[in-house]
Design a protein around this ligand. Sequence first.
Ligand SMILES: *Cc1c(COP(=O)(O)O)cnc(C)c1O
Length: 344
Amino acid sequence: MFPETLATASRQLPYFRTREFSQIMFENEEMFKRSINAPQDAKTVFLTASGTGAMEAAIMNCFTKEDRLLVINGGSFGRRFAEICNIHQIPHDEVILEFGKELTEELLEVVDGSRYSGLLVNLHETVTGQLYDIALLAQYCRKYNLYFVVDAVSAYGADEVDFSQYAIDVLIVSSQKALALSPGISIVEISKRIYEERVLKIQPSTLYFDFKMCIENLKRGQTPFTPAVGILLELNERLKQIQKAGWKRMQEECHALAVRFRMELEQRDFEVPVYRLSNALTPILLKPHAKEMYLHLKEDYGFIVTPSGGELEEVLIRVGHLGNVCWEDYDKLLEAMECIRELL
Ligand SMILES: *Cc1c(COP(=O)(O)O)cnc(C)c1O
């Protein structure tokens, strides 16, 4: 987290049913829209929930049992979309990508899109680091007239996410990834088309996550229920900083860190998967010592990188490039990784 965020987080929280707080929410909406290049007629929903809450809310507000959805499943975040469809009994099929397999045009071409009403994708599948080709997916959705639902929780701020250019219908972002804020706020941007054709017509079986109420309340700069007030203040401060530097800047810095780190890894003979990578993180192949590498980094050097679960536990660690990190951090990390490798 950045020092300015920590300073904001340390302050007393205000009462929020006020004109002043509404003003902050209007600013948040306006700045967020600009950051993703969303048109004025798109709708913004602020939820007090982690990203999974926003994923589930998006499905509940936009789709019903009458739909059939296509889910890109290249890891546990893709699987989560499928699980949400299961729970809400929404028919769906999955494009399952085994670890290491890339989502290519050839792979997508053989799937008959005319059977579906929407496509669900985690633009960056965070468990593997694979970044799907957003232009390819957007084109597929356009061809078959599918609603394009993009979980950009770990792509926003790291990779190119352009709401208008890619005709996205639902875009999901959370506070705790590239924005480097406290976890607990998610933002869902909704196109005019899906708002009018779906959100306004569907009555979801939920009170707390009803988008209609959220959108109605935001017209006066409010949320239906008490939001995570402090995180919305953190968001306001952070978006202003990012806006001042220029919206592209955060992504460019993240890209520069990722590229340089990967070059250094290559020089040191560390192996990185060959599929398209997000700038958000670098996955490193360390089979069968990934878990040990993670533990040594944590216990002996005080570095927290991200371990893997399940079948990738001994295979992969992930090194993030989001938030308040700088090149010196990676220098020290690389040195530590080399020392640990000697011991394994
Ligand atoms: C982090 C993340 C989420 C949100 O997970 P939560 O634990 O609910 O915050 C959703 N999708 C992707 C792709 C993520 O990386």
